[in-house]
Design a binder for this molecule. Structure first.
Ligand SMILES: N[C@@H](CCC(=O)N[C@@H](CS)C(=O)NCC(=O)O)C(=O)O
Length: 226
């Protein structure tokens, strides 16, 4: 499938540092499909994006037939259902439902604690350390999975690893010294693998803010070396 034209998927509104957009870009790149990437700046969201998806979050994918995917996991599952060369949706030891359950826990409890730990001033009566402890409970659940296998659902990366790792990265980056001194060696190894993985570094390429009338930016750009 690699090398298909822009028209495969039409448009992806994205923001480089958003973990939801990262997981969508990882899945699109893996699927071998291409799209037109439009980099968003939150204080200046494109009218076209808001027209198609008034909730105003990224990522948003607008397909050729006009269908709008406005949840990162829907984008991941849609593109991987088209083409999933490394079986991210079908790991050897699990099915999609089991992976979705773990990703739900990440997107709900873990993300809630992570936001409160990262931005305690945005939430009344929040104690950052308490939130960090709550978020750490999820880390220990992941650690015990990773003690048995290199990735969350077996010996190879899956949909669940890709959906969760961008948020673990964010958690680690709030206070790197603290994170890297915790007793979760498997998580640290898993995250370090991810940070150095060419498929991750390539989706973190910088793009200027998209403006109406700009030339199309094709993502991924298969002519760039990984
Ligand atoms: N449930 C959504 C959440 C997406 C989301 O919250 N994205 C954030 C950025 S990381 C956003 O767009 N925020 C909009 C804003 O801050 O104005 C998804 O999975 O796509």
């Amino acid at each position: 499938m690699a090398g298909n034209q822009v028209s495969d998927l039409a448009i992806l509104y994205s923001f480089r540092r958003c973990p939801y957009a990262m997981r969508a870009r990882l899945a699109i790149q893996k699927s071998g499909l291409t799209c037109e990437l439009r980099e968003v700046v939150f204080r200046d969201k494109p009218e076209h994006m808001l027209e198609k998806s008034p909730k105003g979050t990224v990522p948003v994918m607008i397909l050729q037939d006009g269908a709008v995917l406005e949840e990162s996991r829907d984008i991941m599952e849609f593109v991987l259902a088209e083409n999933d060369p490394d079986n991210w949706l079908k790991p050897a030891v699990a099915n999609i439902e089991e992976m979705r359950t773990l990703v739900d826990r990440s997107d709900e409890e873990f993300k809630e604690a992570l936001d409160r730990y990262k931005y305690p001033n945005r939430y009344d009566g929040t104690d950052a350390e308490e939130e960090r402890t709550k978020a750490s409970e999820f880390m220990f659940q992941l650690e015990s999975r990773l003690e048995k296998q290199l990735f969350l659902f077996g010996a190879d990366p899956s949909y669940a690893d890709m959906a969760i790792l961008p948020f673990v990265r964010q958690f680690a980056h709030v206070d790197k010294d603290w994170f890297w001194s915790q007793d979760w060696p498997k998580i640290i190894g898993w995250l370090e693998w991810f940070l150095a993985w060419p498929e991750f570094t390539s989706i973190m390429k910088k793009y200027p803010q998209w403006k109406e009338g700009d030339q199309e930016t094709v993502f991924p750009n298969f002519t760039d070396p990984l």
